[in-house]
Design a protein around this ligand. Structure first.
Ligand code: PMP
Length: 397
């Protein structure tokens, strides 16, 4: 088969199944207003949970950071590690209550790099079935045996830990702290307890927890801190800087030894150009704003509560989520696309999430809330949602 014939066949198949995807092009990031094809829409689809992508202090810090060089010009271990990276790593260790942290250029790289550094042939990775693709890919690539367990089911996890325990190698349990397409939190206290009993190492991906939730002492540290867990229970904490922090990049935080080890063995850290200094400066400013402006987290919580209260009153198919991610499970891919198009016609942008990102039959609207949304915008979205669902149901009849 020619390359072109293969490409066409696979693309046609995707189209026929209603799964074809393409990026839309925006002139600027949502604030949360965004221009698309000459119209202003309100976006409920970004991961900018605290509105920091548009925060003047964060943007000013990025601009000042660019004076250090548009790029880091080399990998961290050559000459691409600047003072601003080191300051960012110290700050991330401080706010997560860890001894040290290591910055990666993306969350995908942090997950793949960390898994592949920590485990390999003869070891076992045990993953939640709904883990983010980057954890799944890391588990596949690292060469360890890969076992999965039913979503957030401690009994199923224990069965897999029993299987892994007899194998002789090390076992790493990897879970999302907050699930990116469902918004629910992992039962981390139970998972950590099982890891302790079976001598397994726990890695938690806090991509959607970092910055938005935590404990009284560590309000930014994420869902593990909110569950009362620290470095002893969660030795490998991963977080991203492109979501609540509004920038780009990621980090792993843990013991000094863990970080020293990753510097030696995490290939996506070693063999890539350092994060641009402007981005590192923007991330540092974003974490400082998180510390200085706790009212942003409070506003996000108020917005989540408002959305859920009003959505419940409208009998919308809400999921069990207390986080900024509020999916509405519609099931059918075509219906999800139709409702998203209706919403867009009414001035609202939401994520239409289909397989393979989520399991077949669970297509959903992924609505994400931000401290940057006003009450009026949330009320407007809900009114538009009720109308859109009604009008799609009428067409189907
Ligand atoms: N983990 C989770 C749970 C995520 O949602 C994402 C981003 N979609 C990532 C990791 C990857 O992070 P990044 O976008 O920085 O590569």
């Amino acid at each position: 088969m020619t390359l072109s014939a293969m490409l066409r066949a696979r693309l046609d198949e995707r189209r026929a199944r209603g799964l074809y995807r393409e990026p839309r092009t925006f002139a600027a990031a949502p604030m949360p207003q965004v221009q698309l094809a000459g119209r202003e829409l309100i976006a409920f689809s970004s991961n900018d949970y605290l509105g920091l992508a548009r925060h003047p202090r964060v943007i000013a810090a990025q601009q000042a950071g660019a004076a250090l060089g548009a790029g880091a010009t080399a990998s961290h271990l050559v000459n691409g590690h600047l003072q601003v990276h080191a300051e960012l790593e110290r700050k991330l260790a401080e706010v997560t209550g860890r001894e040290a942290a290591l910055v990666f250029s993306s969350g995908y790289m942090a997950n793949v790099g960390t898994l592949c550094a920590l485990v390999g042939r003869g070891d076992t990775v045990v993953s939640d079935k709904l883990n983010h693709a980057s954890l799944i890919d890391g588990a596949r690539l690292c060469g360890a045996a890969s076992l999965r367990f039913g979503h957030s089911d401690p009994a199923a996890l224990e069965r897999q830990l029993q299987r892994a325990h007899g194998s002789g190698g090390n076992t790493l349990v990897a879970v999302d702290g907050v699930y990116s397409m469902d918004g629910d939190c992992a039962p981390l206290a139970q998972i950590a307890d099982l890891c302790r009993r079976y001598d397994a190492w726990l890695m938690v991906d806090e991509a959607h927890g970092f910055g938005g939730m935590g404990s009284n002492e560590l309000p930014l540290a994420g869902s593990a801190a909110a569950a009362g867990l620290g470095q002893a229970e969660v030795p490998v904490l991963m977080g991203t800087l492109g979501k609540a922090a509004g920038n780009a990049g990621a980090f792993v935080a843990g013991s000094r030894e863990l970080i020293d080890f990753l510097v030696q063995f995490a290939r996506p850290y070693i063999y890539t150009t350092g994060m641009p200094p402007a981005v590192a400066a923007g991330c540092l400013a974003a974490v400082e704003v998180m510390q200085d402006e706790p009212q942003l987290r409070a506003q996000l919580q108020r917005n989540i509560a408002l959305f859920r209260r009003r959505a419940a009153a409208l009998a919308l198919p809400l999921a069990e989520s207390a986080s900024a991610i509020q999916p509405l499970l519609l099931g059918d891919e075509q219906r999800v696309m139709a409702v998203a198009a209706e919403l867009q016609a009414r001035g609202f942008l939401v994520g239409a999430i289909r397989p393979p990102t989520v399991p077949a039959g669970t297509a959903r609207l992924r609505i994400t809330l931000s401290a940057a949304h006003s009450e009026g915008q949330i009320e407007g979205l809900l009114a538009a949602l009720a109308e859109s669902l009604r009008s799609v149901a009428e067409v189907a009849r």
